[in-house]
Design a binder for this molecule. Structure first.
Ligand SMILES: Cc1cc2nc3c(=O)[nH]c(=O)nc-3n(C[C@H](O)[C@H](O)[C@H](O)COP(=O)(O)OP(=O)(O)OC[C@H]3O[C@@H](n4cnc5c(N)ncnc54)[C@H](O)[C@@H]3O)c2cc1C
Length: 301
């Protein structure tokens, strides 16, 4: 049996940057909030996080622990470490139900979907175990620390990695590993040449040591980091279960108040913005929290 009541004002699925930020606003409005979190934030493999003002260079786990401790000082917030697996619209949209993997079921007048995304990496040996350390995707998050060294780009995207390679030129000398150079648009190719990007067309077979690219012909190219463009998809299908529309990029459609196409259901963080970061997630979480409160008191247009 659950230690919590069954009914809340708001249930938030996902208790990371976006979800906790939404919960904080709602707690401060003295609303009862249940945060359900599976404990797998997107940047969990990174040793430190950058670009988040006030917490620059802190380990993600420390940011999470500190934020959670701050949040749980509010007595109207309950925290459940669990995975939400089922979502349902009740009473014609006046209430919602969430069921968890261990069988608990809760209802609330509003829902916030803040469950983020998961990243699928190209199937190349050695990438996955270095993800978040020597295999990266965002230079704004982790590029500065590479000290303008040698940066490899694993060109798996439709454009052969050209855009990512061009972007990275401000952070170091770039080698683009793209065995299918025909995918690179000629105008982009000219820009890559202009910026001194080396294009390596021999297939990248695996990654060894820190970030050494081993090619199909046996050559080993030492880099300081390898950048990839992962395929990101929603961490679970609760939005689809509720009938929320999704954007072409795969994340949840939300308006300027972060309300989805289903009234009473809000979405924030990476779940509602594919190319997100911590600061944006915290900001959008705050926006969602305030909007949910406005909607509870009938002031959301
Ligand atoms: C390797 C890497 C490094 C990064 N480094 C940085 C950085 O340095 N600086 C920066 O600003 N950004 C960084 N980012 C981006 C940042 O991690 C994301 O933008 C941020 O985590 C999004 O926050 P969020 O709250 O939307 O989602 P998340 O942080 O991903 O949290 C979602 C939470 O929801 C939970 N969840 C998912 N499904 C369910 C479910 N069904 N039931 C219950 N809980 C669920 C998850 O377990 C997780 O705890 C990095 C990303 C990656 C991949």
């Amino acid at each position: 049996m659950s230690a919590f009541p069954e009914r809340f004002d708001v249930i938030i699925v996902g208790g990371s940057y976006a979800g906790m930020s939404a919960a904080l606003q709602l707690a401060r409005a003295r609303r009862s909030v249940l945060v359900i979190d599976a404990g797998q934030p997107r940047n969990r493999n990174a040793q430190v996080a950058h670009g988040f003002l006030g917490r620059e260079g802190m380990p993600p786990a420390d940011i999470a622990a500190q934020s959670r401790a701050e949040l749980l000082r509010y007595p109207s917030v309950a925290w459940l470490s669990a995975r939400a697996v089922q979502a349902e619209v009740l009473e014609g949209g006046r209430r919602f139900a969430i069921a968890c993997d261990a069988g608990q079921r809760f209802t609330a007048r509003r829902l916030v979907l803040a469950y983020g995304v998961t990243d699928d990496l190209p199937p190349i040996d050695g990438l996955a175990e270095r993800w978040g350390r020597q295999v990266l995707h965002c230079p704004y998050c982790h590029g500065y620390e590479l000290q303008q060294g040698t940066l490899g780009v694993v060109g798996c995207s439709d454009d052969g990695g050209a855009d990512q390679a061009l972007l990275l030129c401000d952070w170091g000398s770039v080698i683009l590993f793209c065995h299918d150079a025909a995918r690179i648009d000629p105008a982009q190719k000219a820009r890559l040449d202009q910026c001194g990007v080396v294009i390596e067309t021999t297939p990248l077979q695996r990654v060894e040591d820190q970030a050494t690219a081993v090619l199909a012909d046996g050559r080993r190219i030492v880099t300081d980091a390898l950048f990839v463009a992962p395929v990101s998809r929603l961490a679970c299908d609760l939005a689809e279960q509720l009938g929320c529309a999704l954007q072409d990029a795969g994340c949840i459609t939300a308006d300027s108040a972060k309300q989805t196409t289903v009234e009473g259901v809000f979405a924030c963080g990476d779940a509602a913005r594919m190319a997100g970061n911590i600061a944006l997630s915290v900001g959008e979480g705050a926006l969602a929290g305030v909007a949910v409160h406005h909607s509870l008191v009938g002031l959301l247009d």
